[in-house]
Design a binder for this molecule. Structure first.
Ligand code: HAM
Length: 424
C-alpha cells in the first residue's frame, strides 16, 4: 500500500499535463485533427471502459491482456476493463452501430496498461489514431501510413524517424507460418523454459520479446515473408510500390509482428532513434481484418494506427522541434482604481476577441506590471485614477515600451486594429 504522503500524488505511471506543456498537447491534437479531417476522417469518442471481453480481443497471449489489463467489476457486478487501446473500442462501436462503409474515424484518448513505468512507458498513456473500416485495398494501407508519416514530418517537423513495414499475410500464410515457427521454438524448449506454453498458445508472441538471452534465437527464426501466399505477396508489393510513389522511405522488418493478436496483413511501426530501444516505437498499426467479426459484427476489413503522444513529445524535445509556443496574451489589465472597473473592461476586451487577463487581489502596481511581463502580454492597459476621470486608460506597448492615453470606450477597438495589423 502507498504511504500516506503518496496517495495525494498522481498514481505511479500516470502524470499531470500542466500549462505550458499542455499548450503543446493542444497544438499536437489540433494538428492531428486537421490532418485527419483533410483526409476524410471524422472524430469518434468511445467509453473509457468496455466490457472486459472487448479488451480481451487484443489477444489472450498478449501482455496487454495477460498482465496489464485494468479489469474490475462494477457495483452491478459487470466485468469491465479500462480501454487498453483505441482499436478494440472502435471495432466494437462499428459492429454495434453498423455505419456505412468506408468508415473513417480518428480519435484522441487515454489507454491503460499496467506496465513497469519508465521514461516513455506509462500506465496511462494517450494516443491519437485513425481507423478505416470496410476497405479491403492495399492502397488504403499506404494512405494510412502516409497520414502518420506526414504528421510526424510536416506537422511536428521530426526528421530522425524510421518506418518499418511487414506483412502478416492472409489466413493461409499465418497458419503455415505459425506451424513452422512453433516447430522452431520447440527446438529451443530449454531456453524458452515455461514460456514454451506461451509459444504454443501463439508462436508469434515470442518474436517481439525484448529478452536479451533470446535475441540470437529470435534472429535465426523463420521469417513470415518466406511463407506469404501469392495473393498476400501481391498485396505487400502494392504497399511497397505505393510508399515509393509517395516518396516515403521504409525498411522491411520481417519480424515486425506487433504486440497485439488481432493483426492480419500489413503491419508497420514508426521508430525514433532518439529514444531507448525498448521505447522507441512512436506509433504503429496495421490491418485487423478479423476483429469486427470477433466483436459480433459482419466480417469487415480494418486498418489503422495509434501514435503515443507522450513518447512523440519526448522525441520532439530531443530533436528540438515542435517547441512550446511561449504563452502569449494580447492584453494584461493593470488596475489602479479598484472596484468593478477592471472586470467590465476585461469582459469588453474578451468580447472583442482579444485574449485578456489581470492580476487578482489588489496587488501593487509593480507586481501587476511584473505579472504582465511574466505571462508575455503584448499590451498593458492601466486603469489609473487621473486618466479614468478623463474617460481614458493608459495603453502600454510592452515590446517597445511606448505608452499613450486612449479613450476607455474605444480601447478594445483600438487594440484590435493594432493586433489585426501585426497578425497580417
Ligand atoms: P501499440 O503499438 O500498442 O498499438 O501502441 C501504439 C503507440 O502507443 C506505440 O507505438 C507507442 O507510441 C504508444 N504506447 C503504447 N504503449 C505505451 C505506454 N505504455 N506508454 C507510452 N506510450 C505507449 C496500438 O495500441 C494499436 N491500437 C494501434 C493500431 C491502431 N493498430 C491498428 N489501429
Amino acid at each position: 500500500m502507498p504511504g500516506d504522503r503518496d496517495v495525494f500524488r498522481a498514481p505511479n505511471g500516470t502524470h499531470d499535463v500542466l500549462p505550458p506543456e499542455s499548450d503543446r498537447w493542444q497544438a499536437f491534437v489540433a494538428a492531428f485533427a486537421v490532418r485527419a479531417g483533410r483526409a476524410g476522417f471524422g472524430m469518434v469518442v468511445t467509453p473509457i471502459f468496455e466490457h472486459v471481453e472487448v479488451v480481451q480481443k487484443l489477444g489472450s497471449s498478449t501482455d496487454a491482456v495477460r498482465k496489464e489489463m485494468y479489469d474490475f467489476s462494477d457495483k452491478g457486478g459487470r466485468q469491465l476493463a479500462l480501454r487498453a487501446d483505441g482499436t478494440a473500442s472502435v471495432a466494437r462501436a462499428f459492429a454495434q452501430h453498423q455505419p456505412p462503409t468506408p468508415w473513417k474515424v480518428w480519435y484522441v484518448a487515454p489507454n491503460f496498461r499496467y506496465e513497469r513505468p519508465q521514461r516513455g512507458r506509462y500506465r496511462q498513456h494517450w494516443q491519437v489514431g485513425v481507423e478505416v473500416l470496410g476497405v479491403d485495398d492495399a492502397t488504403v494501407d499506404v494512405e494510412v501510413m502516409a497520414l502518420a508519416h506526414g504528421f510526424y514530418r510536416n506537422d511536428l517537423g521530426l526528421r530522425r524517424l524510421r518506418l518499418l513495414v511487414n506483412s502478416m499475410g492472409d489466413t493461409e500464410t499465418r497458419s503455415r507460418y505459425r506451424d513452422v515457427l512453433l516447430e522452431y521454438w520447440r527446438t529451443h524448449a530449454v531456453l524458452l523454459g515455461d514460456e514454451i506454453a506461451r509459444a504454443e498458445a501463439n508462436p508469434l508472441r515470442i518474436l517481439d520479446s525484448k529478452r536479451e538471452d533470446w535475441q540470437e534465437m529470435i534472429a535465426a527464426a523463420p521469417q513470415i515473408g518466406d511463407y506469404l501466399t501469392d495473393a498476400a505477396a501481391t498485396d505487400f508489393e502494392t504497399v511497397q510500390a505505393g510508399l515509393r510513389v509517395l516518396g516515403i522511405d521504409f525498411e522491411i522488418a520481417p519480424r515486425l509482428v506487433r504486440g497485439l493478436d488481432y493483426y492480419t496483413g500489413t503491419t508497420f511501426e514508426f521508430q525514433a532513434d532518439s529514444l531507448d530501444a525498448a521505447q522507441n516505437a512512436i506509433g504503429g498499426g496495421g490491418r485487423y481484418d478479423g476483429l469486427v467479426e470477433q466483436m459480433g459484427g459482419k466480417p469487415t476489413p480494418g486498418i489503422g494506427f495509434g501514435i503515443g503522444i507522450e513518447r512523440v513529445l519526448i522525441v520532439c524535445e530531443a530533436e528540438g522541434v515542435f517547441g512550446a509556443s511561449a504563452t502569449s496574451l494580447d492584453v494584461f489589465v493593470i488596475d489602479a482604481v479598484g472596484g468593478l472597473a477592471s472586470l467590465a473592461l476585461l469582459a469588453e476586451l474578451r468580447a472583442a476577441g482579444l485574449s485578456a487577463d489581470r492580476a487578482y487581489g489588489n496587488r501593487s502596481m509593480k507586481k501587476q506590471w511584473g505579472a504582465a511581463d511574466r505571462v508575455g502580454a503584448r499590451w498593458g492597459v492601466m486603469l489609473a485614477p487621473r486618466e479614468s476621470a478623463q474617460g481614458n486608460v493608459v495603453v502600454k506597448d510592452l515590446v517597445s515600451g511606448e505608452q499613450a492615453d486612449v479613450k476607455r470606450d474605444d480601447v478594445a477597438q483600438w487594440l484590435r486594429k493594432r493586433e489585426d495589423m501585426t497578425s497580417t
